[in-house]
Design a protein around this ligand. Sequence first.
Ligand code: PEP
Ligand code: MN
Length: 337
Amino acid sequence: MIIIMKPKTEEEQIKKVISIVEGKGLKINLSKGMTNFIIGCIGDTSVLDPSKLLRIDGVDKVLKVQEPFKKANKLFKQEPTIVDVNGVKIGGKNLGIMAGPCSVESEEQIIEVAKSVKASGGNFLRGGAFKPRTSPYSFQGLELEGLKLLKLAKKETGLQIVTELMSTDYIDDFVENVDVIQIGARNMQNFDLLKQIGKTDKPILLKRGLSATIEEWLMSAEYIMAGGNENVILCERGIRTFEPYTRNTLDLSAIPVVKRLSHLPIIIDPSHAGGYWYLVEPMAKAAIVAGADGLMIEVHNDPENALSDGQQSIKPENFRSLMEKIKVLAKLESKEI
Ligand code: PEP
Ligand code: MN
């Protein structure tokens, strides 16, 4: 349920409504819209009587929220959330461009790719240190050594670091060394992990699960936000369908759907969606035109010999030419990188 206060309502009236709601054992989410305060009520709202609330001075409207996600709901907060990563913003007018290899493989590799990402205009370096691989016999990542190499690359380039956390065991290492914690598709519904990262204040990149509906995905965002961490960036990375010519099917319609339902920023990962390098550029361009708040793209200096996902990684020179086009499209959409 949300309670919309009339414009210019006295603070005392707002406090009165809040104390009634909290007195019923509910939590509140207060947000200031363009002209009025919106009091979001979280919990079992059947204990609230809308007709009684409407009698209070200053209360304009009382609306039932149908969706199960509350803090992530656009009804609770009308302006877009802008996630600030050490001064680099994603959301609103700001595009976040995350690029880098699937896996961190060596110091030379990550530094070379990071320099090229920076030179082309990217603002985040991605690179997996802990890799969720389908086979236990595939390369599993350099783990903590990978985090060290990402930090070195950050020192060289100033790029913000995005990397995937798979286990609660490493939360402290990630909070200390990483700028954005990525939760991968396979862990989108690892509720214990979501609860734990919800207690941190690190920006979280939450990928859509392999076969998750948009509502399930937003409920996972809700888990993180319910813990107090509202710095959530959603990432659509393709969903599983019957189509074998692509690794997954990129659901571009998720962009306008999420924008209608939620205030959270949403970026697109065309690399894991399509699964082939030649699909990256057309899907990245389409994503920006469809209103995405950013991109995550796999870039490798030697895709043929990459230890993971070489087939979908683009070369630094192709990333550079893609970025030139993205910059033009960003302007058309009145966005900045
Ligand atoms: C990744 O970004 O490295 C990754 C494994 O992606 P996803 O979780 O979307 O499969
Ligand atoms: Mn990958």
